[in-house]
Each structure stands twice: as C-alpha cells, then as structure tokens.
Design a protein around this ligand. Structure first.
Ligand code: ZN
Length: 384
C-alpha cells in the first residue's frame, strides 16, 4: 500500500550514511531491489527490503494491517510527519515475542520479524549494550583479573532433554554444574546450552573475531547461584553469565559429539525432543587447560527480549567437528520445514564498551622473571 507512492529509480541508490527515515534514497540494504524490481514474484511487487522511509516497515505484515490500512487513519504524505505518525500508531500493532526470526528466515510476504525489526518485538533489542559483537583483538585490553575458571560438576554424567524449539537445539542442564573464578562476582549455575548454526559448516557463529565468523557457536547459559530462574536473573545487570565457544572444522570427527549428533535425527522437526543420556558438560567444551584464553565484555541476550544482563565470556580455543558433523546440524528444521541455518544475530555496535582479554598474568610472570634475573645478575656478583 505505502510503497505505491514511491517509484524506485536506478539512480535512487545511496550510501547508508545518506539514508534517513522520510528521505527517499535506497540504502545498501535495498540496492538489490533496484535491480530486482522487475523480477519480483506476484504479491511482492513492492521491494522486499527498502531502507529510507517508513515503509521499511512494509516487510512487516502487522505494520501493513495497522490503523492506516483499515482506513481509520491515513498516513501523512511522504516526507511529512511520518515520525510522529509512527509514534502515535506504534501501539496499534500487536506484536508478540513469538514473531521474531533470524534474517535467514525473512522472506518476501512472510510474516516474521527479522533482526532489523526486533526492537518492535522487544525494546531492549535497541539498547546500547547489545550482543553479539565483533571482537577486534588488537583493541582488547589485557586484564589480570581474568584468571582461569573453576568448573564444578562439569564431569558429572547427567540425563537431559535435547529439544528443537524451532530456533535452536537446546539441552537443559543440571544446576549442579557451576562455574566460578575468572572475575565472576559469584558462582554461576548452569541453566541450558544451545547452539547458533551456519549452513553445512559455513559461517554461523554470533560473535566474530577480527571479522571472522566461525561455523557454529555454543552458548552455555548460567545464572547467579542466588537466582531461581532466568527471568529473575535478567533483572540483574550481571545476572546471567554466558560462556561462548566457537566450533571449527577439523579433519577427524569428534567422538564426544556422537550422542548429540545422533539425537539430531529424532528432533529434526520443531517442538520435538528426545533424551540425551550419560553425557557430561566437559564432553562438549575444550579441556580446562585450553580455556584460559578468553574475552570478557558486558552485553545482552542475543535474541528477544535482548535484556542487557549478560556477562559474556568468549573463549579463544575452538571445539573441533568434522565437516560431516557440522553438516549434520543442517538437518534440523525451522517450523516452515526449511533447514535451521543462519541462526545468528548480526553483530551489534560496541557503543564505547570495552572488551577485555585474559592472559596478562602470563606477561606479568615473565616480566617478573626478567626483573629477577636482571637483579640477580647485578646483585649476585657484588659480594665477591
Ligand atoms: Zn545463544
């Protein structure tokens, strides 16, 4: 409806920095529409992705079915008063948490809200301390307080459900599994683990390191010991502690992942689950000696409601999986039957946040050794 008032010309493209809400140039997100507009399928005559004026909401069917289309209130002329109109009519839209989806699921004429629109699902998604982020290693700050963690209960075998919830594959974890140290204020207890997935081993991690995305990312979600639920923990700025691990393709298969990968066959359809027996948390992560190098920053949940309540720990050492093992995860399906791939949120701006790295104590020790040897070299010969 709204898009009828806009004609896209080949010359209307512009850079992101030139895009304004109420302006009418097509930013990089919409460049494809300039080329594609003649070949868009029926029912999709309007550009699917158009940045630059309020009809960027045209992707969202709830927006289209808001007051204006019902005839009760006409939107203002293009370029005039859109902002206030949006503000007034915002509340007319009925959006629930259930409506969000990943960019890989956004389709023309579909009705899910991709990451660009998550702020309409949950306001916190537009906050200043969002996750994931790209970690630029040379800008990270060494922090001697980021010592190795102490893991409790990570070797204990447990039985649990493994679930395809339509957005990820998730395993409920026993609260007896705890992590402490590493400058965490208190011990944190495990709640669940889940994965973010690429396609057949292609990029799929949420965080990236120096711009590189890994094929998958594991999140072990923990809450402060004192809390009884994730909801309770989300009210505390540091209530949730997520341990993030990257996967990397390796030449041989990782036998410790056989149980999870076998389970995938029975839970490929959303809202199905099965039992995972005799597994322990340490099977899924690198050995303790390979978990001393990590990054730390303050961020958020990476899915709506996007609460900024997460102390993030992102480990440098990766978990190896063979190509076949990575590809096995692509057998999981979204609700529409399509492969569950690309389940990551785009990286978010730092907005002045600092990212710290562990490992400076190693430098301190070697500096001390150097100083000691220099002193001994000077001092020792003297008594002679
Ligand atoms: Zn996650």
């Amino acid at each position: 409806i709204y898009l009828k008032i806009v004609k896209i010309q080949g010359e209307d493209w512009c850079y992101q920095s030139q895009v304004t809400c109420g302006g009418n140039c097509t930013g990089p997100d919409g460049w494809a529409t300039i080329v594609r507009r003649r070949t868009l399928p029926d029912g999709c005559l309007t550009p699917c992705k158009f940045t630059g004026f309020p009809a960027c909401h045209s992707e969202d069917p709830r927006w289209r079915s808001s007051g204006a289309i019902q005839g009760s209130t006409a939107p203002p002329a293009l370029g005039q008063g859109w902002r206030s109109w949006i503000r007034i009519h915002h509340r007319w839209r009925t959006i629930s948490y259930g409506d969000w989806c990943y960019q890989s699921q956004v389709t023309c004429g579909g009705n899910c809200i991709g990451p660009d629109g998550w702020t309409t699902v949950a306001e916190a998604c537009g906050g200043k301390a969002q996750s994931p982020i790209n970690i630029v290693t040379r800008r990270t700050l060494p922090d001697g307080r980021l010592t190795p963690f102490t893991f409790t209960g990570y070797q204990e075998a447990f039985h649990s459900f493994i679930t395809n919830n339509g957005r990820t594959v998730q395993v409920d974890l026993p609260a007896t599994a705890k992590v402490q140290g590493g400058d965490l204020a208190v011990p944190y207890k495990a709640v669940q683990l889940h994965l973010h997935l690429g396609k057949d081993g292609g990029p799929g991690s949420e965080h990236s390191i120096d711009g590189e995305r890994y094929p998958m990312e594991l999140h072990i979600v923990n809450i402060k010991e004192e809390y009884n639920s994730l909801d309770e923990a989300l009210k505390d700025l540091a209530g949730v502690g997520v341990l993030g691990f990257f996967y990397e393709q390796s030449g041989s298969s990782n036998k410790k992942y056989d149980s999870i990968i076998n389970a995938l066959n029975t839970i490929n359809i959303p809202n199905s689950n099965t039992t995972l027996s005799d597994v322990s948390l340490d099977m899924f992560i690198p050995s303790q000696s390979n978990m001393t190098s990590y990054f730390r920053y303050q961020g958020s949940l990476t899915t709506p409601p996007c609460e900024e309540a997460v102390v993030w720990t992102v480990f440098r050492n990766t978990i190896p999986l063979s190509r076949q093992q990575l590809a096995a995860f692509s057998r999981l399906q979204f609700a529409d039957g399509k492969p569950m791939v690309g389940t990551y949120r785009p990286v978010q701006p730092l907005n002045g946040r600092l990212v710290y790295r562990s490992g400076s104590q190693v430098i301190l020790v070697s500096t001390l050794l150097l100083i000691t040897s220099v002193i001994s070299a000077i001092v020792l010969p003297l008594p002679k």
